[in-house]
Design a protein around this ligand. Structure first.
Ligand code: ATP
Ligand code: MG
Length: 414
């Protein structure tokens, strides 16, 4: 037998309604915020991610699914959704459309990581990107959209926000960080040692216990923000407070990806173990230019659907009911089966979830099967019913039975 690849998961027929529920909720929230869906390829040229996600990130350094195609091009399965969205934006000249441009996606993403609870090699993200607005209102709107999505799903998380400033405040801050970490480097991991040279800010994102104990007392970026960045951050915080969105400022949030600036945020849960971040995002004002477009501010987030699913299952969040037939139509011989088949066909054309026998079961076995499916009604057609153009309709909840004209079944179900 051939097994499923490590770090991937099947969605079984009995579980897909949960996925659909999360996706439908995402689409509903996007609609309320007037955000249109985009779809970008599952694979892109590797360079898009090495430039767009950043050479100093774990994603690019260790986690990408990269291969050479038969034409000798270096191809990578998308590890996240933002770089592809930005490429689409630039390539299609969307900068000349009215701003801001608001887009969302639901996409698989691929990262070669050590699989564990909430960490897979193929996972799925719901993400929103807003291009073209520098205003702190946009930061608050995007955070509010994420918070609305999580609330609608009934999951409890805490919102942590931070500002990592712009190039100018970060230069000052990086100096302070280097001064602080320099005497501690010998005790820190190899990756942090290379981060120290290339991008010291990234050290704050290290997940090694040995490094984490030092990051707790490191200088805080919020003490180094320039006046513009500080005003922007205050604007975001005030709007969030106005909306009644509770947050804490966590100066150690820097996010895993290189392209962020100013506002960064995470929605975190303590109910799903070490991989607690269900949604992360921030502003990436430098990305579009980095990818060859005219400089343009942007902000977005991505929520991990598997982590959300885990959180919802662990905390007993309410899912809607899985789909069930409204009616099962049972025949007993060739003629009545043909009639049942036709009635089911007509109801299906009208959009009613109707079932009938495909297994040549006895009427008794059909009842049993219909009950297993959770059918609301079972209609039985015997000799007499066929002659009278009716069915005997049994309500499976209360057991009551009535004769209903075949032509009236649809109306009866309404
Ligand atoms: P982490 O710190 O957990 O590795 P990250 O910073 O790499 O997360 P992002 O790139 O911001 O994560 O992705 C956004 C969201 O996608 C995460 O908050 C998480 O919910 C989800 N996610 C990221 N990597 C994985 C993975 N390997 N398996 C499942 N979900 C993931
Ligand atoms: Mg990661």
């Amino acid at each position: 037998m051939i097994n499923i690849p490590k770090g991937t998961k099947d969605v079984l027929p009995a579980d897909s309604y949960k996925w659909q529920y999360i996706e439908d909720t995402a689409r509903g929230v996007a609609r309320a915020f007037n955000i249109s869906e985009i779809r970008t390829p599952t694979f892109e040229y590797t360079e898009l991610f090495s430039r767009g996600v950043g050479e100093t990130t774990d994603v690019v350094n260790k986690e990408m699914y990269t291969f050479e195609d038969k034409g000798g091009r270096s191809i990578t399965l998308k590890p996240e959704g933002t770089a592809g969205a930005a490429r689409m934006f630039i390539e299609n000249g969307l900068a000349s459309s009215p701003m801001p441009l608001k887009a969302f996606y639901i996409t698989p993403a691929f990262r070669y990581e050590r699989p564990q609870a909430g960490r897979l090699r193929e996972f799925h993200q719901f993400g929103i990107e807003v291009f073209g607005s520098e205003s702190y209102h946009t930061d608050a709107e995007v955070i509010f959209a994420a918070s609305t999505f999580l609330n609608k799903l009934g999951v409890k998380t805490r919102l942590e926000i931070n500002s990592i400033g712009c190039k100018s405040c970060r230069a000052e801050y990086n100096k302070a960080l280097k001064e602080y970490f320099k005497p501690r480097l010998a005790e820190m991991c190899e990756t942090c040692n290379s981060r120290f040279e290339k991008n010291p800010l990234r050290i704050l994102d290290c997940k090694e216990e040995g490094c984490k104990k030092f990051t707790a007392d490191a200088p805080k970026i919020t003490d180094y923000l320039c006046p513009d960045c500080k005003a922007h951050f205050d604007g975001v915080k005030n709007l969030l407070s106005d909306l009644g969105i509770y947050y804490t400022v966590n100066p150690r949030i820097v996010r895993g990806l290189d392209y962020y600036s100013r506002t960064v945020f995470e929605f975190v849960s303590d109910e799903i173990g070490a991989q607690g971040t269900v949604c992360g995002g921030g502003r990436y004002d430098g990305l579009i230019e980095e990818l060859g477009g005219k400089p343009l501010p942007a902000i977005g987030f991505a929520a991990g659907i598997e982590r959300l699913m885990l959180l919802m299952e662990n905390t007993g969040a309410a899912f809607p009911e899985r789909q069930k037939p409204r009616i099962y139509i049972a025949g007993m011989d060739e003629k009545t089966r043909a009639a049942a088949f036709k009635i089911a066909a007509e109801l299906r054309l009208k959009g009613i979830n109707a079932e009938c026998d495909l297994m040549n079961r006895s009427v008794k076995a059909q009842f049993k099967y219909a009950d297993k499916l959770g059918a609301e009604y079972v209609a039985v057609i015997g000799e007499t019913e066929l002659l009278n153009g009716e069915v005997t309709l049994k309500n499976m909840k209360d057991g009551t039975q009535s004769a209903v004209k075949t032509t009236q079944i649809y109306t009866y179900l309404q």
